[in-house]
Design a protein around this ligand. Structure first.
Ligand SMILES: Nc1ncnc2c1ncn2[C@@H]1O[C@H](COP(=O)(O)OC(=O)CCCC[C@@H]2CCSS2)[C@@H](O)[C@H]1O
Length: 379
């Protein structure tokens, strides 16, 4: 019987450019060593670059007779599901303040937070070989190999729970015509204070059909046992995966910036970074807010109603008391916003230009400025 704990993975020191079979290549299929399967680990901690590797493998690697595990970690980032609304799911203002990235992945499901204390595992298979329960079995066995008796189990919705209650892993998947992948997170030592703060949607009054996340109490593996850090967990999962699939226990590094090994990867990365993908793919939604604005000692209620499609404002109505700002001024601002992105920087540029052309006295201009800030704050 194989002693799983004794299994060690060997991390190859050099990049292995000949790992993949390229459908359009004139050369013969390249991998001998990758036949049957392989374990890859990213050299990058950039969320867009790593998601691009997923796309690249999905699009370019022959997966009919091969299983691939891709292991990756990211610098702080929030990752939303394909059909989600970032304004609903996270505190975008806090992300901007903290310089935390926002990425939209190609798989469905909810929103998660990543940092270097979180390990991501992507299991590539043929469409037929797609099996989330088997993959999560590999993960839970690897964890138990490191710490026998650890109370971890996969749930019906393919989360992994620690001590029956705390989520340590969330799952999502992308099913293609012939190939598929299932990816999951694993919380080893993530900053859960930041996680909780950034995953609190700050934009009130949104109505949409976007997929909502399912919040759960979370815990890190290192909270239970400090030795269960990302390094130990990664090694154990790679070893268990190799043993399960009868592969050589070694891990090949992947450099997502290496165009010669991954032709076209740069374009895939740029597509994932584009505003049109991250925000523009948000399902159509409406926002209705009502708030109080204040200028010197004069207060007024402001209502804002917008429709947003493909991330752009398609209709807008702003209302406030006619003595505070005349309706015509509100209407002018609202009509200028139509057609622009639902985004504070674009709104700021637009309203600054409008303010420069605003006739009238200083007080009206100032109030108009307050109104513009109020509108941008919703985004
Ligand atoms: N990193 C991480 N791991 C586990 N659970 C998390 C994490 N971040 C947040 N959460 C908790 O899960 C819910 C959302 O759960 P929900 O079930 O809605 O969504 C998911 O689990 C999606 C998992 C996606 C996995 C991909 C793998 C590679 S790229 S991202 C959130 O509100 C938090 O309570």
């Amino acid at each position: 019987m194989i002693m799983r704990t004794a299994l060690r993975v060997r991390v190859l020191k050099t990049h292995t450019p000949s790992l993949f079979w390229r459908p359009h290549s004139t050369s013969t299929p390249l991998i001998e060593e990758g036949c049957g399967g392989l374990v890859l680990k990213s050299l990058s901690t950039d969320v867009y670059e790593n998601l691009a590797v997923e796309d690249w493998i999905h699009d370019n690697v022959e997966l009919q007779n091969r299983n691939v595990l891709f292991i990756w970690r990211n610098s702080p980032a929030v990752v939303i599901g394909r059909h989600q609304n970032p304004w609903q799911e996270c505190n975008l203002r806090l992300l901007r303040e903290k310089g935390i990235g926002l990425a939209r992945r190609r798989s469905g499901g909810g929103t998660v937070y990543h940092d270097l204390g979180n390990v991501n595992l992507t299991f590539f298979t043929s469409r037929k070989g797609y099996d989330r329960a088997r993959n999560l079995g590999i993960v839970t066995r690897a964890l138990k190999a490191l710490r026998p008796g650890l109370d971890v189990h996969a749930t019906e919705r393919y989360d992994i729970l620690l001590n029956g209650r705390f989520k340590i892993s969330g799952t999502a998947a992308r099913l293609g015509r012939a190939s598929a992948y299932h990816h999951c997170t694993l919380l080893c030592g993530t900053d859960t204070t930041v996680l909780a703060a950034v995953l609190k949607g700050a934009c009130q009054g949104i109505k949409s059909n976007a997929t909502p996340s399912v919040p759960s109490p979370v815990l890190n593996l290192t909270d239970i046992d400090p030795s269960l850090d990302c390094g130990a967990v990664t090694e154990a999962v790679a070893a268990e995966y190799a043993a399960h699939h009868g592969l050589e226990p070694r891990v090949a590094p992947v450099d997502p910036r290496d165009e010669s090994s991954l032709p076209g990867i740069g374009g895939l990365t740029r597509a994932l970074q584009a505003w049109e993908w991250v925000y523009g793919k948000t399902p159509r939604f409406s926002v209705g807010t009502s708030s109080e604005v204040c200028y010197k000692k004069s207060n007024a209620a402001v209502t804002l109603n917008m429709e947003v499609k493909d991330g752009a404002i398609v209709s807008c109505a702003i209302g406030t008391h006619r003595d505070w700002v005349p309706p015509a001024v509100c209407d002018q601002l609202a009509s200028q916003l139509v057609g622009s992105r639902f985004c504070p920087s674009e709104t700021a540029v637009l309203t600054a230009a409008l303010l420069r052309t605003c006739p009238g006295d200083g007080e009206l201009r100032d109030k108009w400025g307050v109104l513009c800030e109020n509108v941008a704050a919703v985004m």
